[in-house]
Design a protein around this ligand. Sequence first.
Ligand code: AMP
Length: 283
Amino acid sequence: MRLFKKRRDIQGFITDLHDKKQKIGFVPTMGALHAGHISLVQAARQQSDFTVCSIFVNPTQFNDPKDLEKYPRTIEKDLKLLEQQGCDAVFYPGVEEVYPSGTSSPPHYDLGRLEYILEGKYRPGHFQGVADVVSRLFYTIDPDHVFFGQKDLQQCKVIERLIAMNPDFSRIRMHTVPTLREPDGLAMSSRNTRLSPEALKKAPAIYQTLNYLKQQLAPGDLTTLLETARQRLITGSFRPDYISIAHTHTLEECTYWDGHTPVTGLIAAFLGPVRLIDNMELV
Ligand code: AMP
């Protein structure tokens, strides 16, 4: 497995691969890798000739400086795991390499309503940061296929929009990979390592609440269902940011369900100091 820290170096390497008609699969991550990330790497290996994974904790997508500071970093372990899993190359740049002109005057991306709803509402600026870093990584890696996790569904929608908006990215095919879960249903996340043993026992309540929404969903007004779900989470020691049933395509809130439009349940909630998110297609 090749390790690159400089943009120039990986760009040169990838240009040679394109010349040899190799298809590049790209998996962007922030490291602290778990089996969920590895499922993206495996999907990339299946779809492409050469798999690149990036590990970069992007400062511009953290609206809370404490969250950035506490974000787990396990680079040695990550590199070993990626090598074992057959990843071909890792891009592990420093902040100055990704942002050579600094981070103080970022470009603005038109992300429409996605920027302001759900995660966008509770993490102002987050998706601008995501759009900027992913855009920079796409220019560097020049991939044919990119792989993102459904766990971050709204992020997937942002990336789809980013690709659609920029003709430079027209070659890129986006793949959304299903959420990998622990046996108890908890969605795998780098942030789970920050949960205490006691919190880990409580954490699957998010998944259970999503299942509850799925079972109880019925045509008509959804207010009571959402309020019951909120109370379940609060009883389970969570402090919810949002519990939403949204139209699957736009992620706009659905308050009255017609009985057939595809809808998805989305939850973001704090358990102690750790903020967890998850989602599930309900219909
Ligand atoms: P992160 O390192 O958290 O930025 O995640 C990197 C990529 O892995 C993103 O596309 C995530 O959506 C994806 N991912 C994170 N957790 C999971 C999971 N449990 N199952 C599948 N993909 C995941």
